[in-house]
Design a protein around this ligand. Structure first.
Ligand code: SAM
Length: 283
């Protein structure tokens, strides 16, 4: 077995040897707890030869655990300075492929050779939501996404109507996936320690959405409107989205929804009903 990249002394040695300075802006907090790294890789449930996409390998800690399963690891790292480090730390793993690039800009499907894949990553926290939304909205052939995020973001992903933290992210994640909050990780499992507690979520991508809508775009337009001004009534958020008073009345009547409610109390099914009524009206 190769040297353990989750060992704090090993990480410290690598950081010194390469003269690395952690870039806070890029969300560079490296894992230094073996059990956590193993638990994340285990949650991805990989078998020999399975393609897995890692976002932000850092110095290669999680990549190593993923590679140990025999999976084919493709890891996309933005920070150029880490490339020579990864070359060295993962030199004995022919099943790891490092790509230099920005996950928000690369063509993920092409990088993954148009085959179904799993995503497993300790995400950079400054762009967690954009990354998750990109993975979901591009309708990529993803089977499962296992990611470490801020605990608060993980809680939003799994929260339901009526909860203070239920929002557009909750609806999107629950529309595309079945989310599970797996476990929490204290700041001291990282170097340097972040200010927040982290959590690992597993998003099992659905084959069929939990609600059927005529136009997906319309559904997300309604969701966005409902949560962009949380204190407004739902009827008023629809008006703010560009509908006339009459149109709003017709949509609410057709979908049998009380427009005096707040959007944050709506189930996915109710959002779908409104979206379909709007689509019908616009036709
Ligand atoms: N996987 C390592 C670990 O668990 O120790 C490092 C995780 S660290 C939280 C996030 C990593 O994502 C950093 O290595 C950072 O340079 C990288 N990163 C930040 N923004 C990125 C982007 N847009 N595309 C790809 N990688 C990015």
């Amino acid at each position: 077995k190769d040297v353990d990249l989750s060992n704090p002394e090993v990480v410290r040695y690598i950081v010194n040897r390469f003269g690395l300075r952690m870039n806070k802006k890029l969300g560079q907090n490296f894992l230094v707890r073996h059990s956590v790294v193993d638990d994340i890789a285990d949650a991805a449930d990989l078998a020999e030869g399975d393609p897995v996409l890692e976002i932000g390998p850092g110095i290669g800690t999680l990549s190593q655990a993923l590679a140990e399963t025999g999976a084919e690891v493709t890891a996309v790292e933005l920070d150029e300075r880490l490339l020579p480090v990864l070359d060295k730390t993962l030199e004995h793993y022919p099943n790891v492929h490092i790509i230099h690039g920005d996950i928000m800009r690369i063509d993920i499907e092409e990088v993954m050779h148009h085959k179904p894949f799993t995503v497993c990553a300790n995400l950079p926290y400054y762009i967690t939501t954009p990354i998750i939304m990109k993975l979901l909205e591009e309708h990529l052939p993803i089977e499962k996404i296992v990611v470490m995020v801020q605990r608060e973001v993980a809680q939003r992903m799994v929260s339901g109507p009526g909860s203070k933290i239920y929002g557009a992210l909750s609806v999107s994640v629950q529309y595309y996936t079945e989310p599970h909050l797996l476990f929490e990780i204290p700041p001291k499992a990282f170097m340097p320690a972040p200010e927040v507690t982290s959590a690992v979520v597993s998003l099992d991508v659905r084959k069929v959405p939990p609600v059927q809508v005529k136009e997906e775009q319309r559904f997300f337009q309604v969701v966005k409107a409902a949560f962009s001004q949380r204190r407004k009534t739902f009827a008023n958020t629809l008006k703010a989205a560009g509908l006339s008073k009459e149109q709003v009345c017709m949509i609410l009547e057709a979908s049998e929804i009380d427009g005096g409610r707040r959007g944050e109390t709506f189930t996915l099914d109710e959002f779908a009903k409104v979206a379909d009524a709007w689509t019908a009206l616009a036709a």
